[in-house]
Design a protein around this ligand. Structure first.
Ligand SMILES: [Zn+2]
Length: 358
């Protein structure tokens, strides 16, 4: 296959590392040792053994966020333990530099880097000029779009307690069937934020899978189960199992206002402007009746939160009430991806408030 020319010649020293095919010995290493050998964003091909054209090539993406290692752990386990596959498997290992930075798997991204899963720009522009991750992301997109993939699965962790769930940028049969290989809790990703699945949605069915918190054995077991199903069907882009799914959508973002100082749990004091209820993330994925308390704020200060609808409209007053220092959610909604870390709340958002759409 002839690749289209790159939008601009990437600096070979900082761009994407391509291993085609990968040395099989690399895949016998544990995740940490492997990442140390790779050193940077890597696209690799695990070649077919006894190729069978009925089994179509596919892709797995892991570690777009450096602290979300469950996908890589699960993939290495499946590749190590399970029989070889009769098709080419393409693997993108995302923000390796962030994963390797002290103290290991501790950073979503590094200072100065873009959020990799907000940097997939089909127009060939880069988020941060001359940044290695930005250049590698552009080149990875060019190569992934040129492959004849049956499907792509992108594995993530969440930073709060969430039910296992999948996200799709399109709600076609192929995307929903692909998601259902992992879970029947599916979210229609109606944001337009330059995620990988948005950038490839016109090329093949794509799904992002949220494998819970990084670390717990249940997260790893979930990812292994789903990967085995995904890698174990001939054509994951053409399934016809008609699995029933719960579909959530209308993702309204609850964002911090600029400069707001935040803490999870405890009392409001001089050091913070907002205290989010400590265990708010236990509501993730559970439909909530109106009236639940999200947090506390200073009634004499500007509101610390705003809510943004999918079209960019400010819908704060529809969703939140700010009264006497207490913030309540006043409309029916299902919170999802409620974080429990200040860094994630700042880098992305505090939570999404969703509605059942199917
Ligand atoms: Zn992620």
């Amino acid at each position: 296959m002839t690749l289209p020319p790159p939008a601009a010649a990437p600096d070979a020293a900082i761009g994407l590392q391509v291993l085609d095919p990968v040395d099989p010995a690399l895949l016998t290493l544990d995740a940490w040792t492997l990442l140390g050998r790779l050193g940077r964003t890597t696209l690799l091909r695990v070649p077919a053994v006894d190729p069978d054209p009925a089994w179509r090539p596919r892709a797995v993406v892991v570690l777009q966020h450096g602290d979300e290692h469950t996908g890589l752990d699960a993939l290495l386990r499946v590749l190590r333990e399970d029989p070889p596959r009769p098709y080419d498997l393409h693997v993108l290992i995302g923000n390796v530099a962030a994963a390797l930075a002290p103290s290991g798997f501790a950073h979503r991204m590094l200072p100065g880097q873009p959020d990799m899963n907000r940097a997939w720009r089909p127009d060939g522009t880069v988020e941060v000029p001359d940044d290695a991750l930005s250049v590698a992301t552009r080149e990875a997109l060019r190569r992934l779009r040129a492959l004849d993939l049956a499907a792509l699965v992108d594995l993530h962790n969440t930073t709060g307690a969430n039910p296992f769930h999948a996200l799709v940028a399109r709600t076609g049969t192929a995307e929903l069937e692909l998601a259902a290989l992992f879970t029947t809790t599916v979210v229609e990703w109606d944001q337009r934020r330059h995620t990988l699945m948005e950038a490839l949605a016109d090329r093949c069915p794509c799904v992002s899978v949220e494998c819970g918190l990084a670390g717990p054995p249940a997260s790893l077991a979930f990812a292994v189960d789903g990967l085995r199903r995904y890698l174990g069907v001939p054509d994951p882009g053409a399934l016809a199992t008609r699995t029933r799914v719960d579909l959530l959508g209308r993702m309204r973002r609850v964002e911090l206002e600029p400069g707001v100082r935040l803490r999870f749990g405890g009392e409001l004091d001089d050091e913070v402007d907002l205290v989010v209820v400590a265990d708010a993330d236990r509501r993730n994925g559970v439909p909530q009746d109106p009236g639940w308390t999200l947090g506390a704020y200073r009634p004499d200060e500007p509101r610390p939160l705003r809510v943004v609808d999918t079209d960019g409209t400010d819908v704060t007053d529809e969703l939140l009430a700010f009264e006497d220092g207490t913030i309540r959610v006043v409309a029916p909604a299902t919170p999802l991806m409620m974080t429990r870390t200040v860094a994630a709340a700042r880098a992305d958002c505090l939570t999404y408030l969703l509605a059942r759409v199917g």
